[in-house]
Design a protein around this ligand. Structure first.
Ligand code: CA
Length: 226
């Protein structure tokens, strides 16, 4: 589970995002000013949502301070009249920014993009899909902190989809991909069964899947979010 620290003095925004992102399986930490935020950094957030105008200083200052000894992916939350100064933030190495008012969904997709980019760079051998981690080295799959036992074929199917979140794979593509690597006979019907079994192991509610999505008439895709 990824930890997000939100540094924002506007309580409505802070509480709204906390509620929304907790529902999206993030662990949330909050700070309403720079002093508080400094303490929260000890808990090692995976990402920071950083308001620029804070009561005890500027979000840039905190960002600069953090960057001196650590790289924590950061998305700035800016007001319209701060958009010009955001160039400075991006020059300093901020990962992204959103301008208020923004849609929570939009921010969520930015968060997921930033985290994906970051992990692709720093952790090539690990795929994270919501609360699922696939360790490519050990061919191990975990749901939160719990090991998920997948058969070789189930693992292979999850991997095909998980390597490219958002990309739709037709049933034929998946079948073609597992054809060489597996001796068991898999046809169109058994693929449905395999997908169902994987969902039973990794989804919170297999009847209402959030990780392996069926794209009607096209095939399947893994959703890293939403
Ligand atoms: Ca503010």
């Amino acid at each position: 589970m990824h930890k997000i620290l939100i540094v924002e003095d506007d309580e409505t925004i802070r509480m709204g995002l906390k509620y929304f992102l907790e529902n999206e399986h993030f662990e949330m930490m909050e700070a309403s000013n720079i002093e508080e935020a400094k303490f929260k950094l000890d808990d090692q957030p995976d990402l920071i949502l950083l308001d620029l105008g804070l009561p005890d200083g500027n979000g840039f200052d905190l960002f600069e301070m953090i960057r001196q000894h650590d790289h924590i992916p950061t998305i700035f939350l800016t007001a319209v009249d701060e958009e010009v100064s955001i160039v400075r933030g991006l020059d300093m190495g901020a990962d992204d920014y959103v301008t208020k008012p923004f849609k929570a969904r939009e921010l969520l997709s930015r968060i997921n993009n930033v985290l994906r980019r970051y992990h692709r760079k720093h952790d090539q051998n690990m795929i994270r899909i919501q609360n699922i981690t696939i360790d490519l080295n050990g061919a191990r799959v975990r749901k939160g902190d719990i090991d998920v036992m997948l058969t070789a074929l189930e693992y292979r199917i999850l991997l095909i989809l998980g390597l490219h979140p958002g990309k739709v794979y037709s049933r034929e593509q998946i079948l073609a991909d597992i054809w060489d690597t597996n001796e068991a006979f898999v046809n169109d019907n058994t693929l449905t069964v395999y997908i169902k079994r994987i969902r039973e192991k990794i989804e919170d509610d297999p009847n209402n899947p959030k990780i392996i999505l069926t794209v009607r008439g096209l095939g399947y895709k893994v959703s890293a979010h939403e």
